[in-house]
Design a protein around this ligand. Structure first.
Ligand SMILES: Cc1cc2nc3c(=O)[nH]c(=O)nc-3n(C[C@H](O)[C@H](O)[C@H](O)COP(=O)(O)OP(=O)(O)OC[C@H]3O[C@@H](n4cnc5c(N)ncnc54)[C@H](O)[C@@H]3O)c2cc1C
Length: 495
């Protein structure tokens, strides 16, 4: 296996093939009105991955060392001072959430930047600092023959942040990442540092799981791991209208599937008319697993191809042809679980100061997924947003977290849009998002909370049955509302 990841290979090689046509027919979107955000070097103006959330904070504190008695006391003193001065506080890690969920306006924002992992190979768990990134966790686990049980599709995120949004990934069969966490240590609004698990302080453990930092500041976690494995892919064409039930049937009905995702054709003239499912199973030879590579030259080439899709249906056709036809014929070699997980976000970075990438995600039950796709065919093309990718995942039910998004089996539709950085684009994105959320809710589904805060408050309430109990729990645990972010201010405070 080369230094280039299998994902990059599948995503990118088609670009090379489509490159000439892409360059020739590429049409630059008109950047008129791109004045939404003025860049600033002010260290007290923090932003997030949307590049659309500039927010002034009073203090920005980075914590990299493992918490000890002294740094724990300093954290406690900061909470006390913030409370006395009515400053909100929030913890963050990579700030890849996209609507101010990781920033305390006018308050203290912590960036957790830990970098330690301790393995317990007997119990198949590891302890890690709250801010440790998945790239570090994969490196340490990979060297010992293990792999994260559940994480996102990229390795840049903090592990406590992953717990705090209760992220899901494409390893199967799993629910969200919180289901793989054994215990956490968290500092509450009153300065107590408590250990929480399903057996001890379970109410705190489960409200902080997917609690967006509003319950307290997590300092470290104990998380389950699984053996790393050599895997090989199987590619299957599916009718988009039957994708949901077929995807679940193949995951549940086929032994040993360890990773699975789907993709759809997003070209404008064949919008969502074709779908692929890719599943990974262990090979018979599990000896001498190679170390997980990072991104190689092909990943960088993949970026060019991915970006060439902007404004070009020819490039979109080229990419789909590769992903659905050529890729399955030539790209079916083996890889490892860790190699598939070890991909940084920067691989696909747009490097365009006038545009930004915005993610959306909708969770729909498998049986209703076809109806959701039918709604997307109406809603998305009637917006000005440029859809560059849809990835589909399976999420097992989660009945633990208070703000759960998967009370039953769900298909997660992850959409990546390239958006102009302008007010007109924001308003257009808001309208489109609300229409997509209405469609999801009509079908008994919901949407994901770490992205732009474009939902109407009634949509949050309709999509999250746990909203009011969560808000009540937060008020009981943090009566002076010390821990606050834009998600609280925009929605939960009203519940
Ligand atoms: C390119 C990209 C790919 C993505 N892929 C996936 C995916 O595959 N699956 C998925 O589910 N999501 C995915 N996401 C969403 C992602 O999981 C969230 O945005 C996640 O929050 C990112 O982690 P972060 O370190 O950037 O968190 P941040 O944005 O820094 O924080 C997120 C939340 O966690 C809280 N938090 C952070 N640290 C702590 C702490 N120590 N204690 C208490 N609260 C804390 C913050 O207050 C905030 O509310 C993706 C996002 C991007 C941009």
């Amino acid at each position: 296996m080369s230094k280039n990841t299998r994902r990059a290979f599948l995503l990118g090689t088609g670009a090379v093939i489509g490159g000439w046509a892409t360059r020739r027919y590429y049409t630059d979107p008109v950047p008129i009105g791109t004045n939404y955000v003025t860049p600033t070097a002010d260290p007290l103006i923090l932003n997030d991955a949307s590049e659309l959330s500039p927010t002034r904070v009073a203090k920005h504190i980075t914590v990299s060392d493992k918490f000890d008695a002294q740094s724990t006391a300093a954290l406690r003193a900061e909470l006390k001072d913030a409370e006395a001065n009515r400053r909100p506080v929030i913890a963050s890690a990579a700030r890849h959430s996209m609507g101010g969920q990781s920033i305390a306006q006018g308050g203290t924002t912590y960036t957790m930047a830990h970098d330690w992992v301790e393995l317990d190979t007997t119990n198949l768990t590891y302890r890690t600092g709250a801010g440790t990134r998945w790239s570090t966790i994969i490196r340490v686990l990979d060297a010992a023959g293990f792999s994260p049980a559940v994480m996102q599709s990229n390795n840049d995120f903090g592990v406590a942040a992953t717990y705090s949004v209760n992220a899901h990934g494409w390893p199967v069969p799993f629910g969200p990442m919180g289901s793989t966490v054994v215990s956490i240590q968290i500092m509450l609004a009153d300065g107590q540092l408590v250990t929480c698990s399903r057996e001890e302080n379970a109410d705190i453990f489960l409200s902080a799981m997917g609690g967006y930092g509003l319950i307290g500041i997590i300092t470290e976690l104990e998380v389950r791991m699984v053996p790393n494995a050599r895997l090989e892919p199987t590619f299957t064409h599916l009718d988009p209208m039957n994708f949901g039930p077929e995807f679940v049937r193949m995951i549940k009905g086929t032994p040993n599937v360890q990773m699975a995702y789907g993709r759809m054709d997003i070209s404008k003239d064949r919008f969502l008319e074709d779908a692929m499912m890719i599943t990974y199973r262990p090979t018979s030879d599990q000896s001498d697993l190679p170390p997980a590579p990072g991104s190689g030259w092909l990943s960088k080439r993949a970026r060019d191809i991915f970006r060439a899709q902007l404004g070009s249906d020819i490039a979109k056709h080229g990419r789909w042809w590769f992903e659905s036809s050529l890729g399955p014929r030539i790209g079916g070699g083996d890889t490892t679980r860790n190699a598939l997980l070890n991909e940084p976000v920067v691989t696909l970075d747009d490097r365009d100061p006038t545009r930004t990438d915005i993610l959306h995600e909708y969770f729909i039950s498998p049986d209703n997924f076809g109806a959701f796709i039918a709604a997307c065919r109406q809603i998305i093309p009637s917006s000005y947003q440029e859809l560059l990718n849809i990835t589909l995942r399976y999420v097992m039910p989660d009945n633990e977290s208070w703000l759960g998004y998967a009370p039953v089996d769900r298909i997660a539709a992850v959409m990546l849009f390239s958006q102009e950085k302008s007010l007109r684009a924001e308003e257009d994105a808001r309208r489109m998002t609300q229409d997509l959320i209405d469609a999801a809710i009509r079908l008994g589904g919901t949407y994901y909370l770490p992205y732009r805060l474009h939902a109407r408050p009634d949509q949050f309430a309709a999509g999250y049955a746990g909203l009011r109990p969560f808000a009540a729990k937060k008020r009981a645990m943090d009566p002076k509302l010390l821990f606050r972010n834009a998600l609280w201010d925009s929605y939960i405070a009203r519940a």
